[in-house]
Design a protein around this ligand. Structure first.
Ligand code: AMP
Length: 383
């Protein structure tokens, strides 16, 4: 395949913060970026050359968008299949529609993982009431998750017994769901990998991830894992990049159980929140890797320049007013990333801080302390 060189136009389906950081990388290398989503003045649109505001279901608009770009990628996996298929008629879409199809539906994703021999949390498909009655005694305390369109812990209910499971399923309007055994994990970790058009793969070190209320809160890298765990999660990530035939970035999220077993929790066929620290801490960021892969260019060196940690800034940090960012920037190792979102709702990802340090643990302390100063300052200030 002929590489798509700087000066070409990259189309991005979706317009959130992942598209924004991707577009910044692409523009730095001299590419033009067009973004497509049903919104205006979006995080991606603010830094793209062209922002198209149309429904994903508007296939005429999708066709025009695709005809105006050299290659298309997406920044979130819930783009409807018909949209990706229409786009693919006019420009290459990377990664291809199969990865999208598998990963945008929890049940398909988990079925794929277990059928292809990847270690996965025990789960059952829930399509009718008898499924719950059979599955609950087998799995015990579990999490009921919607099969489609879930992210950041949304559409999830922890259930201890059949009564709770039935109530949770009612609350989901009896949509198709996955019942997943509750894992007693020691840690959550993730690996971001990239695979180029020629099949060459590169990986970042596994990061240790802390979640709060089902949302990623802090990631640090390299995570403090023994070599056998590192090797296992890197091997699984390579196996998935190959078996799903990914061209682009794939993030694999894992649980490490108290028994020392690794289980795949979730896949994201794109740059991931736990890889944001690669912007400030690695020779090549995950966004540049995505760009290089979808353009058919060789992957960059993923090596870390320093251990690092990332702390998310959710809308909650805006408790009274826009925080005074100088409180975070007084710490010279801290980098501020804001996504250009106007409405700071609780739980909404508004930005993040990255800190580097002598060790990942020290970087974590710096990032957390900087965020705590911001939160305290915002809470103490009056509008
Ligand atoms: P998910 O959106 O499925 O990645 O879930 C969000 C978060 O909820 C995960 O990162 C975990 O912290 C927690 N979680 C999800 N599934 C399980 C599970 N089966 N057992 C324990 N915790 C879970």
């Amino acid at each position: 395949m002929k590489p798509i060189l700087p000066g070409s136009v990259i189309g991005v389906l979706g317009s959130g913060q992942l598209g924004r950081m991707f577009a910044i990388s692409a523009r730095r290398m001299g590419y033009r970026v067009h973004t497509y989503s049903p919104d205006r003045d979006t995080p991606t649109g603010q830094v793209a050359d062209v922002e198209i505001d149309a429904a994903y279901e508007d296939l005429d608009a999708v066709r025009k968008f695709a005809q105006g770009v050299d290659v298309i990628t997406f920044e979130f996996e819930n783009v409807p299949a018909a949209t990706a298929a229409e786009a693919e008629r006019h420009a290459p879409v990377r990664p291809g529609g199969t990865v999208l199809h598998t990963t945008q539906h929890r049940l398909r994703e988990k079925t794929y993982l277990s059928q292809h021999g990847f270690p996965v949390t025990p789960f059952r498909a829930i399509q009718r009431p008898s499924d719950l009655r059979l599955a609950m005694p087998e799995l015990g305390p579990s999490i009921l998750k919607t099969a489609g369109f879930g992210y950041d812990g949304k559409g999830q209910y922890r259930v201890k017994n059949l009564e709770e499971a039935e109530a949770a399923w009612r609350a989901m309007n009896h949509q198709e769901a996955v019942l997943e055994q509750l894992v007693d994990f020691e840690a959550e970790l993730s690996v971001v990998g990239v695979r180029g058009t020629g099949g060459v793969c590169e990986f970042y070190p596994p990061s240790l991830n802390h979640h709060v209320n089902g949302i990623l809160d802090v990631s640090l890298s390299p995570g403090p894992f023994p070599d056998y765990i590192k090797n296992e999660v890197l091997d699984i990530t390579r196996g998935l990049l190959e078996s799903l035939d990914v061209t682009g970035v794939l993030c694999v999220e894992f649980f490490l159980t108290r028994g020392g077993k690794v289980l795949v929790n979730e896949l994201a066929p794109r740059p991931h929140n736990s890889g944001h620290l690669t912007i400030d801490a690695c020779i090549t960021s995950q966004f540049e890797q995505q760009l290089r892969a979808v353009c058919g260019l060789p992957a960059g060196c993923p090596a870390m320049l320093a251990p690092a940690a990332m702390a998310n800034l959710l809308g909650d940090v805006w408790s009274n007013s826009e925080p005074d960012w100088s409180f975070a920037l007084e710490v010279p190792e801290v980098k501020l990333h804001l996504y250009g979102k106007m409405d700071a709702r609780p739980g909404r990802k508004m930005g993040h801080l990255t800190a580097t340090g002598a060790t990942a643990t020290q970087a974590e302390q710096i990032a957390r302390a900087a965020r705590a100063r911001l939160t305290a300052q915002s809470a103490n200030s009056t509008r």
